[in-house]
Design a binder for this molecule. Structure first.
Ligand code: FAD
Length: 364
């Protein structure tokens, strides 16, 4: 019987595990894959999380991570706009970040089970019973779902028809290290920015439908759709690929299905990557739950506070993100041109738009 079992060892689960272990709790974290691992992610972390990351034990200064303070937006019509970011961000690969956090968690006494997939959770008589694919059973006073977008434990989002794919490369060339570029193309957008060790993360999100029509052929999709943006074509053609990962079934919005345990990060709700904020929301949700857990450890309070966070804070941030993403997805070429023209010619407009994507810095 442990104090807390966390299902899923991504950013939300690992950061909650570290905070709780430091408070003397007996924490178990169950992760279906293992560390280190490449994940589809733009790998740009908004500086709203900087203090929190340092508090967890990630020394962002000594890692010499790129400091990103400039935003460049281009479109397939050949227009481009630039602005300074409000608080900016840093670049770090998920391969490195998740591994560093897992190491910190282990050092703090968290028991991590890798290659272990949770298959069911039951809450009976004030106790959770958690079963895994290899028939292990865990009993715990508290359980948290930090299993990301797809876990097999809750039903998928019900936004049928609006599904997206994500593809990520690590490449050896990109923009200036202080810049993040977002390149718009007909079916999506692609972000490129620097990460550690002189590498760059090139990651795009696209509507699933056009790729399906090409029978999932990513090379053909890039050639025929993405390269219509001349800036993006240049970036793709001048890079050497270090590694590539892809994911599908991306859908945006909050999860409203009632469950017997609280949810963190993407499991609670998935925000469009255009905001560069999913990771910060994962950290923020872990901190919010931790603060409730140490003050009011009763199951009912945890669940109601978690619902409140999701419905009052997360929902608004996700809606703002969907609004921004939908602007980029509008197919009408006159609108798209007018939007880009406005962003290029009206001083401050791009900055106002990018500010919509960011939250306030949060501290422990
Ligand atoms: C294309 C794309 C680009 C993005 N770009 C950015 C960006 O630039 N900046 C940003 O801040 N955010 C970005 N995001 C969002 C960001 O990646 C996520 O918001 C973040 O990873 C959420 O962290 P998490 O801990 O909730 O989930 P995850 O990191 O997904 O972790 C969940 C973990 O749970 C495990 N798991 C799942 N099911 C089970 C199970 N049944 N049992 C045990 N373990 C399980 C998984 O293996 C996984 O390790 C992007 C997302 C996409 C798709």
């Amino acid at each position: 019987m442990s104090d807390l079992v966390i299902i899923g060892g991504g950013l939300a689960g690992l950061s909650l595990s570290i905070l709780c272990a430091r408070k003397g709790m007996n924490v178990i974290l169950i992760e279906k894959s293992s560390y280190p691992k490449h994940k589809v992610c733009g790998e740009y972390i908004s500086k709203e999380s900087l203090h929190f990351l340092n508090h967890l034990g990630i020394n962002t200064k000594s890692l010499q991570l790129p400091n990103i303070d400039t935003f460049v937006l281009t479109s397939h019509h050949g227009l481009s706009a630039t602005c300074k970011l409000d608080i900016g961000g840093i670049g770090i690969s998920r391969y490195l970040l998740d591994k560093l956090l897992a190491d910190i968690a282990r050092n703090e006494g968290v028991k991590i089970y890798e290659q272990t997939r949770v298959t069911s959770v039951d809450y009976i008589d004030d106790r959770y019973t958690i079963e895994t694919h290899n028939k292990e059973t865990f009993y715990t006073a508290q359980c948290v779902g930090a299993y990301g977008r797809i876990s097999g434990l809750q039903s998928p989002q019900s936004q049928s028809g609006k599904s997206y794919i994500g593809v990520k490369y690590h490449v050896d060339r990109g923009p200036a290290k202080n810049e993040i570029e977002i390149h718009n193309f007909e079916a999506g957008y692609c972000g490129i920015s620097a990460i550690e060790d002189d590498k760059y993360c090139l990651c795009y999100l696209a509507k699933a439908e056009p790729l399906k029509e090409m029978k999932g052929n990513i090379d053909q999709f890039e050639e025929e759709v993405i390269f219509k943006n001349k800036y993006l074509k240049e970036r793709f053609n001048s890079r050497k690929i270090i590694d590539r990962v892809a994911t599908s079934q991306l859908q945006f919005g909050i999860h409203s299905e009632p469950l017997s345990y609280p949810l963190l990060g993407d499991a609670a709700g998935f925000i469009p990557p255009i905001t560069g904020n999913g990771m910060s929301l994962a950290f923020r949700s872990a901190l919010a739950l931790y603060q409730t857990l140490i003050n009011h450890p009763k199951n009912n309070t945890l669940l109601s506070e978690n619902k409140r966070y999701i419905n009052q804070y997360l929902k608004r941030r996700i809606q703002q993100g969907i609004f921004l993403q939908d602007l980029l997805f509008i197919q009408n070429q006159y609108f798209n041109k007018a939007l880009m023209y406005g962003l290029v010619t009206i001083p401050g407009l791009l900055k106002i738009m990018s500010k919509q994507a960011t939250g306030e810095e949060f501290r422990v």
